[in-house]
Ligand binder design. Structure first.
Ligand SMILES: [Mn+2]
Length: 424
């Protein structure tokens, strides 16, 4: 399905009067509204190829219908999102789920939708048909050299595919760990993992980065071999300058102070990128900003402060990706909501009065510092995010237009009701 320019224009002209009133108000309240809008236009979120289908749980899966049947249709879906919000300009592939057979055609399709390839993900958490070794007891950590070799070669193959597509990053998330005390020698598991990562690191092109993602638990419930940011940072430091830590918001133990982790990783020049999602209990993969929007704002507050302190480009110097998909919502509507939640947190962080905050911190004026942050969080920045979309040629209200145009119904008509996307 293609969304035509006149459909966007009609939608926007219907909403323009009300939008302008709200924008004028906020522009009078915030000193740097125009600079914030420009930054929002540049900021793009990577959409994972696995999230275009309805997310599953281990109890069942309830497809929405019209799910993309192949990588081409996944790219088309992300193209639809990007057309609606002008902020979903990248795709993050999971290999082997979404290997591109016809690379030139895929690159042309991605370019046609104004997208680019974000980090490549190497899946070694499940066995693939035809593979000789099993990842039941881990991949890069495995006690069996043959299993490790297969996992290393898979990662190198993912880099090769990424080079062909024009990606510049590899994200490695390992399900490796143990479920019972005694199952694993922690030190040997770490050493095996490090040696495996070193072999993969050797295969990285000069202008590539590798992101080492951590996760506290699941699918292993006693130990995880890259279990927290300290362990990830250990690997990244031992690997070298092209290795970074990747923070997935759902991968911490409850109540972790993620904003502090982010701040220190940035200080150490070892923060590589982000996987956005939200959660109440564990790695729930809920829509970004749906559960703890204040936490998301505080994380962005540290990101903006830390990146500005180092003169980094917000849009391009870190990897920004969603890693979430849900069972009870239309996956495209869910992704529109996630991108909106992320953009709002970013806009709020950009609106923080930095100078006043520094002064409050320097004089240990605790109440004043809190007021400054909460004032930014409690300011309705939605008109700024909408204006960024308008200036970029997208929709003032993407979700509303998605429904008006009956996008899901159209996808079901062309693809069928019973299609199931690759992924979880
Ligand atoms: Mn992740």
């Amino acid at each position: 399905m293609i969304i035509e320019k006149h459909q966007l224009d009609e939608h926007n002209s219907d909403l323009l009067g009300s939008h302008k009133r709200k924008l004028d108000f906020i522009a009078g309240e915030i000193a740097n509204a125009d600079a914030i809008i420009e930054k929002l236009i540049d900021f793009q979120i990577g959409i994972p190829s696995w999230a275009l289908g309805t997310g599953g749980t281990r109890f069942g899966r309830f497809p929405a219908g019209g799910e993309p049947r192949n990588i081409e249709e996944k790219i088309e879906d992300i193209g639809l999102l990007h057309k609606l919000n002008a902020a979903s300009g990248a795709i993050s592939l999971h290999i082997p789920w979404d290997t591109a057979d016809n690379v030139p055609a895929i690159k042309a399709l991605v370019a046609q939708h104004g997208l680019r390839f974000d980090a490549m993900n190497s899946n070694t958490f499940q066995d693939q048909a035809g593979s000789s070794e099993s990842y039941k007891f881990g991949s890069l950590q495995n006690v069996d050299k043959g299993v490790r070799k297969q996992a290393i070669e898979h990662n190198i193959e993912v880099i090769r595919q990424g080079v062909e597509l024009g990606s510049k990053e590899l994200t490695i998330w390992l399900a490796d760990g143990s479920c019972f005390p005694g199952q694993l020698n922690f030190r040997k598991a770490f050493q095996n993992t490090l040696e495996s990562l070193q072999e993969i690191y050797q295969a990285l092109p000069a202008d590539w980065k590798v992101f080492v993602e951590y996760k506290a638990f699941e699918p292993n419930f006693y130990s995880t071999t890259v279990g927290d940011w300290g362990q990830s940072l250990l690997y990244a430091n031992k690997l070298g300058p092209k290795a970074y830590t990747l923070v997935d918001l759902g991968h911490h133990l409850p109540n972790a102070n993620i904003e502090q982790i982010v701040s220190l990783l940035l200080m150490e020049e070892k923060l590589g990128g982000f996987h956005f999602n939200d959660s109440k209990y564990g790695d729930d993969d809920l829509t970004a900003g749906s559960m703890k929007p204040y936490q998301l704002f505080l994380i962005f507050n540290e990101l903006v402060e830390g990146m500005d302190a180092r003169g980094m480009n917000h849009a391009s110097d870190l990897g920004w990706m969603i890693d979430a998909s849900h069972n009870v919502k239309d996956p495209l509507e869910d992704l529109l909501q996630s991108v909106e939640g992320i953009m709002m947190a970013y806009a709020q962080a950009l609106s923080v009065d930095r100078k006043a905050l520094q002064e409050a911190q320097a004089s240990s004026d605790v109440a004043r510092a809190q007021e400054i942050l909460q004032n930014a969080f409690r300011t309705d920045v939605r008109p700024l995010v909408a204006e960024a979309r308008l200036r970029a040629g997208a929709a003032l209200a993407p979700l509303e237009l998605f429904r008006q145009l009956k996008v899901r119904e159209n996808l079901i008509k062309t693809r069928g009701l019973k299609t199931v996307a690759t992924g979880l």
